[in-house]
Design a protein around this ligand. Structure first.
Ligand code: MN
Length: 231
């Protein structure tokens, strides 16, 4: 059989630019918010962050000011929203020090880590990999990236998502258990980070189901919003 196809490189829009951000990998952080504000200083009870991946072509671009439709995915009856801060890596590195980590950030965006929760939990309970629950087609909607040179670094501010105009998740990014620099430092001990990598940094409490016809509107203060309708 001859190979007579090529594959497009998935990309993310960049706000205010004709350029796009080519996506190499999508890393996601497992649970990364506590129910209560983190106290200053070391917390001996916290666990190291853990990671999973989505394929790069799970990206769904949501241009500013638009609503993009995604299909209700197959093989689930618990399709859940997870609103998250997404970090875009612009410079390679491994074993990155926490104090150097932000030098590797190209920009930030608001994104949704869409999840087939029933599959994820069944797999988790059996000690099996999470791909079927997390890494499915069109599972990573994302708003246009905002460059660090434009918005600075994001370490606080509201993060929220509404379903049909009702609040479902709302927190402040300062409640991240593992900060963006800590995530980058830790992840870079496992993988050499490369330009084009995205990191979904975890979701706060309040995850829940969406159904056909529902519209999710999420945002991060200072970064913008995204709107996604389930078809
Ligand atoms: Mn998530």
């Amino acid at each position: 059989m001859r190979i007579e196809f090529t594959l497009p490189t998935p990309t993310v829009l960049i706000q205010g630019s004709d350029s796009v951000f080519p996506v190499r990998r999508i890393y996601c952080v497992g649970r990364n918010y506590a129910a209560h504000a983190r106290e200053m200083g070391f917390d001996p009870n916290r666990e190291p962050p853990f990671f999973f991946c989505k394929p790069a072509d799970a990206i769904v671009n949501v241009p500013a000011g638009t609503t993009v439709e995604v299909p209700y995915p197959p093989r689930t009856s618990e399709y859940h929203h997870e609103i998250e801060l997404v970090v875009a890596i612009g410079r390679a590195g491994s074993d990155i020090a926490v104090e150097d980590a932000l030098d590797h950030v190209f920009g930030y965006a608001v994104g949704l880590d869409m999840t087939r929760r029933d599959l994820q939990l069944a797999l988790r309970d059996k000690g099996r990999p999470w791909e079927l629950g997390k890494a499915f087609d069109q599972s990573a909607p994302i708003a246009p990236l905002r460059r660090v040179s434009e918005v600075g670094h994001i370490d606080r501010g509201a993060l929220w998502v509404q379903i049909n105009g009702e609040d479902r998740q709302r927190t402040d990014l300062s409640k991240l258990i593992w900060s963006v620099p800590e995530i980058i430092a830790n992840l870079s001990t496992y993988f050499e980070l490369q330009p084009g990598d995205l990191i979904y940094t975890g979701t706060p409490e309040g995850v829940g189901p969406v159904h056909r016809g529902d519209t999710m509107t999420g945002g991060i203060a200072g970064l913008g919003e995204l709107s996604v309708k389930v078809r």
